[in-house]
Design a protein around this ligand. Structure first.
Ligand code: AMP
Ligand code: GLY
Length: 423
């Protein structure tokens, strides 16, 4: 079986590491991949948005399964293009990936189907948005409608900040065309939890929970990033919370998408906030989280390919998802300056230390293979994951393992998983 993964981050490295465990996989390709993925797969220099080239490549190599890891190609319709060419592809079609691609769409869906989420209004006109804000209470949340690398959300503490926010999203187009429309949403407080789930169009099977740390600096300070570290499971995701979400959120979302004529196959990522009134949906993503995948997949006992095949075949109800009874923590090693400006091309030393170390993983994100060795090639460089019997041990192990690798301008948060001390 020949598999092609589309993407180039730590998430795709984690997917690749799971995929190659399947004995039927005789050849793995990744487009475009990165320095770490190139040790498991043949990386091909085709960008994730070059749909025609990706389809030609998949046809030429007779690929049996394409796995689309990233949001942009999913929202752009890469799965549809592959299917039109007769190539099985894992991920939602364009008409279902809109669940992530448009916050206005996802908010309307939740309202229509009574899925618990923050109250909101949608605006196409900045003047109307500003008028609305003058009657609002603060803090309030502004969200660019479209994809913005996880950065299109502004939490505004005053009217002045919010008016400035509308200007930057809708007029100055800080997030490009993603800001043509905007959602203004009630501010909620509580713990955040990420739950990823496999979906086959009608059945949904949630995976173990995780929590991300989106801000760049310790103590949840600094700018929003793609994610600076994760832990799994979340001790705040109790049985009671799980029961509520299964009853009012997970299946309800899948049924709503099917009822809208947009059956969802692939991964739904539920960004949840555990408020005092119960769990609420913060956002949906249409793919594995990054770096959530780096703590969830290493704990999954099932064969990833088999679960993906069941999603494509519509037979997910026959699959029992199983996770190890342990914990994992992932600490992201970034380039100093991320998410703003940072330098690239720094030699990474110590990668070989991970070889043969059971329970430790070094997932590459922004890295590149060169003649001198593997060098940094992005803001988030590596995701260091370690398992442990429970969260505290996993965290201790992960913070031990981050010392094994070094590069100039190495930056990380030192408090990934600190919240678990409160349990
Ligand atoms: P999103 O991309 O929608 O997940 O938003 C990014 C981050 O902004 C979330 O992880 C939350 O920390 C925060 N956020 C989003 N929506 C809200 C909200 N309604 N209330 C409070 N915080 C929010
Ligand atoms: N870690 C959050 C995301 O993948 O969007």
């Amino acid at each position: 079986m020949k598999v092609l993964i589309v993407g180039s981050g730590g998430r795709e490295h984690a997917i690749a590491a799971s995929v190659i465990k399947n004995k039927r996989v005789s050849k793995l390709y990744c487009a475009p991949g990165n320095g770490g993925i190139s040790q498991l797969a043949e990386c091909v220099p085709i960008g994730a948005m070059e749909f025609e080239r990706l389809v030609s490549f998949a046809k030429e190599k007779a690929i049996d399964l394409v796995i689309v890891g990233m949001d942009d190609p999913l929202v752009g319709g890469l799965v549809d293009c592959m299917e039109e060419a007769g190539i099985p592809a894992f991920g939602p079609r364009k008409n279902a990936a809109i669940l992530e691609g448009s916050k206005a769409f996802s908010k309307e869906l939740m309202k229509k189907y009574h899925i618990p989420t923050a109250a909101y209004e949608t605006f196409d006109d900045p003047v109307k948005a500003m008028e609305y804000l003058k009657t609002s209470s603060f803090p309030i949340v502004l969200k660019a409608d479209g994809l913005a690398l996880g950065k299109g959300v502004l939490i505004c503490n005053s009217l002045e900040e919010a008016l400035e926010g509308v200007k930057s999203i809708m007029l100055d187009k800080q997030f490009g065309t993603a800001g043509n429309r905007m959602v203004i949403e009630e501010f909620m407080t509580g713990r955040e939890v990420s739950v990823l789930a496999f979906v086959d169009g009608k059945t949904i099977k949630p995976m173990t929970s995780a929590q991300d740390h989106k801000r760049a600096k310790d103590g949840d300070k600094g700018l929003n990033t793609g994610g600076m570290g994760t832990f799994s499971p979340s001790p705040f995701y109790t049985k009671e919370v799980d029961d509520f979400c299964r009853k009012y959120i997970y299946q309800a979302t899948v049924d709503a998408m099917a009822a809208e004529g947009r059956p969802f196959k692939g991964i739904i990522f539920f960004g949840l906030m555990l408020t005092s009134q119960g769990p609420r949906v913060l956002e949906y993503n249409a793919r594995f989280g990054d770096p959530e995948a780096q703590v969830v997949l290493p704990r999954m006992k099932n064969d990833l390919i088999e679960v993906m095949e069941a999603c494509l075949a519509g037979t997910l109800e026959n699959i029992e998802l199983e996770f190890e009874d342990n914990a994992a923590v992932c600490v992201v090693l970034a380039s100093e300056g991320y998410p703003l400006e940072y330098e690239k091309g720094k030699l990474i030393r110590g990668l070989e230390t991970f070889e043969g170390k059971e329970g430790y993983y070094c997932f590459h994100a922004g890295t590149k293979k060169t003649e001198e060795g593997i060098v940094t090639n992005g803001g988030r460089v590596l995701g260091i994951t370690a398992k442990g019997k429970e969260l505290k041990e996993a965290r201790k192990n992960a913070y031990e393992a981050v010392k094994w690798v070094d590069f100039e301008n190495k930056y990380m948060r030192n408090d990934i998983g600190k919240a678990i001390d409160e349990v």
